[in-house]
Ligand binder design. Structure first.
Ligand code: G6P
Ligand code: MG
Length: 215
């Protein structure tokens, strides 16, 4: 089945917000009295806000009640929202907009598949929102990646069979999610970390849409 639509993760694929998530989680960990490394952060990519907090607390050997959990997640999100409020077009990752333009010109459908509740704000701030036929974000799904819900909703919204969709992902959890629903998946980042993807690119610079022809 040939590819008719692309589903993009947001953080770390379209924009480098993965770094802002990292800085905000690290700030929280440090306030709570422990360190948080970039390697630790890999496990949080694609994972929901509250699950990310739970993983972070496990790393720091901290246990807190549910009310405190919500307060801590809010604290991290407030910092994160402050960081992303300053974003503009210059933070679109190299080659991304050109790739979206080529997809449109060649009749491919485009969806966003992110579990972030801040996705709309980011897409608006960087001026990419109009490229997307469908936006599935954290306000529309119950289960975060590696559950495939976010991508299945994307395919459904595009009116495509999952096998006609190709996912672009920078997170291990996202690659697992795409695989679970039989979608093709292109990893964006390091080949070493994203070895379960069908192919891995290090970014969109100089990447042509004929990359979608791989089988
Ligand atoms: C994306 C990111 C995760 C983040 C999640 C929720 O999947 O990769 O790092 O935790 O979205 O984002 P939010 O903006 O709702 O806190
Ligand atoms: Mg991501």
């Amino acid at each position: 089945m040939s590819i008719k639509g692309c589903i993009f993760d947001l953080d770390g694929v379209i924009v480098d917000t993965a770094k802002y998530h990292y800085i905000a989680w690290k700030r929280l960990a440090n306030e709570l009295g422990f360190d948080f490394t970039e390697e630790d952060n890999e496990k949080l990519k694609g994972v929901s806000r509250i699950r990310s907090l739970e993983l972070l607390l496990e790393l720091g050997n901290k246990s807190v009640d549910d009310k405190t959990k919500l307060e801590l997640a809010d604290r991290k999100n407030n910092w994160y929202v402050e960081y992303i409020s300053k974003m503009d077009k210059s933070e679109i990752l190299p080659g991304v907009e050109n790739f979206l333009i080529k997809l449109k010109e060649n009749g491919f459908k485009i969806a966003l598949g992110s579990v972030s509740k801040n996705a709309l704000t980011i897409l608006k701030n960087v001026g990419l929102i109009d490229y997307f036929d469908v936006i599935v974000d954290g306000t529309k799904v119950i289960n975060a990646k590696p559950d495939p819900e976010v991508f299945l909703k994307g395919a459904e919204g595009l009116n495509l069979n999952p096998k006609e969709c190709c996912v672009f992902e920078d997170a291990i959890a996202g690659i697992q999610a795409a695989k679970k629903c039989n979608m093709k998946v292109i990893g964006v980042g390091s080949e070493e970390i994203l070895s379960d993807a069908d192919i891995v690119i290090c970014g969109f610079e100089n990447v042509d849409i004929d990359i979608l022809n791989f089988t």
